[in-house]
Design a protein around this ligand. Structure first.
Ligand SMILES: Cc1cc2nc3c(=O)[nH]c(=O)nc-3n(C[C@H](O)[C@H](O)[C@H](O)COP(=O)(O)OP(=O)(O)OC[C@H]3O[C@@H](n4cnc5c(N)ncnc54)[C@H](O)[C@@H]3O)c2cc1C
Length: 437
């Protein structure tokens, strides 16, 4: 199939060092099938759609080229947090109106509640921790807006507080180079592998038919029926959801070509740190955190003492490029957490997040056909937003449109789609310069 990156990015190699579990022993498709609803992609988006549909009495067929959770959903940082768009408030309000902004900000909160409820309802043990997240200012200027941010969060009903350097130390959030923190009490952290596995099991128990190692090679729509071509046979479906996010191929459906931009993100995880080691660094808190750099870092101490640290990946997806970006990540980790500079790092891996040209998450019909939807582009924050968008997609297939106006904004093509990866070549150096100044 035609993909935007080198073949290695779509192989097992980038996830080989992943610390999260992946359950691969799902059956594969073995013959032609005719179904009411098919879902392509078994990540947070596809599995949430499948669960909602199955709980409503349907039996959706989920097809994943590898296994449920094999993509970004089973290899992320586990931040169940606000987010989903790469735009700031004023940009969303300018482009789509103040009401659309308010609707989307509410959807972000609803997305977190959706995941929390789902974990509770299905008894999924995903190692939850962290009362919200902390935004760390890497320059004093980044902290200047914190007081206004506290007021803005309060207006949304979200508690937030500013932590100066002394308060950061007191809270067990010490790392050189951070001038202040903004603790926003929304969201929590979890083990994404356990969440995916629990979600897939819950969807299957409710009636979804999940098939692994079944790549859809092309979609054709004939007489209102969607025909999904796979090596094992053709699936004919009356309704369809494409939930392939950053792992989608350019030629899966002609309309989708050039409408998304996968971007690599990388994560490392240390061995468990002893209490003394944590105290030596001054990082003892279980709060998840990220910094104010344009090319941001995200990090958290897991309940078992391991430390997770992530950042953007490379522009290319060759083994050599991956080695370079891993080296960069380890260098940044050691600079930000110097007391742990000699600690073993048994795990590192990478995967695709996904961007849309408008920098907004999207849920909508493919080429105007309400029986075929696509849900994608969470801009690196798809744990909560992808889960919720998958749930909304299922409701939409059932005739109830509860999308925010932001989700409805058209999924436009990137200008000069063939060259869209070059946007990263331009954006990264500019962001690096901004971070350094
Ligand atoms: C390293 C990393 C760290 C991240 N950290 C966070 C974080 O801490 N918090 C957060 O909110 N978000 C994070 N994200 C983003 C988040 O993981 C994604 O937004 C989210 O998982 C997207 O879910 P999805 O179901 O839409 O796509 P994916 O999980 O990528 O699933 C897509 C699935 O589609 C399947 N597929 C693709 N093509 C086909 C085909 N033709 N036929 C059949 N199946 C196909 C793939 O095999 C894959 O399983 C991170 C991402 C990465 C890579």
């Amino acid at each position: 199939m035609k993909t935007l990156y080198e073949a290695r990015a779509y192989s097992d190699a980038p996830r080989a060092g992943c610390a999260w579990q992946l359950e691969r022993d799902w059956p594969r498709l073995s013959s032609d099938r005719s179904v009411d609803i098919a879902i392509i992609g078994g990540g947070f988006t596809g599995l949430n759609a499948a669960l909602t549909l199955a709980e409503a009495g349907h039996s959706p067929l989920v097809l994943d080229a590898q296994a449920p959770g094999w993509g970004a959903s089973g290899r992320n940082g586990g931040f169940c947090c606000l987010g989903g768009s790469a735009l700031e408030d004023k940009q969303i309000a300018r482009g789509h109106g103040a009401d659309a902004l308010a609707e989307f900000r509410k959807a972000e909160v609803d997305a977190i509640s959706h995941v929390r409820d789902l974990l509770d309802r299905h008894g999924i043990d995903a190692d939850r921790h962290s009362d919200g997240e902390v935004f760390m200012a890497h320059k004093p200027r980044e902290a200047r807006a914190f007081d206004d941010a506290v007021a803005a969060y309060a207006a949304r009903g979200i508690a937030a507080r500013v932590l100066d350097q002394a308060a950061l130390t007191e809270a067990g959030l010490s790392s050189p180079g951070f001038h202040a923190g903004l603790h926003v009490r929304a969201g929590f952290a979890l083990d994404p592998g356990a969440y995916c596995a629990g979600l897939a099991r819950a969807a299957a128990q409710a009636g979804a038919d999940i098939r692994a190692q079944t790549r859809v090679e092309g979609i054709e729509t004939v007489d209102g029926q969607h025909r999904l071509r796979t090596a094992a046979g053709t699936v004919t479906a009356r309704r369809l959801l494409v939930a392939t996010n950053g792992y989608g191929a350019e030629d899966l459906h002609p309309w989708l070509r050039g409408r998304f931009l996968p971007v690599q993100s990388s994560v490392l995880m240390t061995r468990p740190l002893s209490r003394a080691e944590r105290a030596r660094q001054g990082w003892t808190s279980d709060l998840m955190a990220y910094d104010s750099r344009a090319l941001l870092h995200y990090f958290r101490l897991l309940p078992d003492g391991r430390f997770l640290f992530g950042m953007r990946g490379g522009i290319r997806a060759t083994a050599r490029a991956e080695a370079r970006s891993t080296a960069r990540m380890i260098r940044d980790f050691r600079r930000m957490f110097p007391a742990w500079r000699d600690v073993d790092i048994p795990h590192h891996w990478s995967g695709f997040v996904n961007f849309s040209a408008r920098l907004l998450p999207h849920l909508g019909p493919i080429d105007g056909d309400p029986s075929a939807l696509v849900a994608m582009a969470y801009h690196g924050n798809g744990l909560a937003m992808g889960s919720y968008t998958g749930h909304l997609a299922a409701r939409m297939l059932l005739g109830e449109d509860a999308r925010s106006r932001v989700h409805k904004a058209p999924l436009g093509r990137f200008p000069v789609p063939a060259l869209r990866r070059n946007l990263l070549r331009l954006a990264y150096p500019v962001a690096m310069l901004r971070d350094a100044l």
